[in-house]
Design a protein around this ligand. Structure first.
Ligand code: CMP
Length: 141
């Protein structure tokens, strides 16, 4: 889809490793344009709301504790087929299974501390972008 939008989060593990710049450089080099960026620290309840679809999973508490453990960088990326292309750039959820050269293979630690998040469908992208950014912040582009 032309000019599709997706939500990316540079997770606390990647921020601690000082690879924010490397990750954003990879987005831009791939033609995924940041149209909104915010650095913040999520509360536990904000992380729980964001990951509400995973509420029943055994890793939910640990995941939301991790996601609220330190600063994150939240971005809206725009580009043709942004959702799919961003997922290819990230690699598989488990860094051990991610293709060489992908962000998770390079910067992830394990299936939970996996450096980055990306929306997995247009519906999820709409929810996730709206969770963090208002229409005013996204502007007319
Ligand atoms: P993300 O793409 O942000 O979406 C859900 C997150 O849950 C995922 O990345 C991982 O951080 C985490 N996750 C997924 N599967 C597992 C698992 N089996 N064990 C622990 N954490 C997981």
């Amino acid at each position: 889809m032309v000019g599709e939008r997706t939500l990316a989060i540079i997770k606390p593990d990647a921020v601690k490793k000082s690879v924010i710049g490397d990750i954003i450089r990879r987005y831009e080099a791939a033609g995924l344009k940041p149209i909104a960026i915010r650095m913040t620290q999520l509360s536990k309840s904000a992380a729980e709301g964001f990951y509400a679809v995973h509420r029943q999973r055994p890793f939910f508490d640990s995941l939301t504790t991790f996601m609220s453990s330190g600063p994150v960088v939240i971005l809206v990326l725009s580009g043709d087929d942004a959702i799919k292309r961003h997922r290819e750039l990230m690699g598989a959820t488990d860094p051990a299974k991610a293709d060489p050269g992908t962000i998770r293979a390079l910067h992830g630690t394990n299936i939970e501390f996996n450096a980055v998040h990306g929306s997995d469908s247009p519906e999820t992208a709409r929810f996730e972008i709206g969770y963090f950014f208002s229409d005013t912040e996204l502007g007319v582009r």
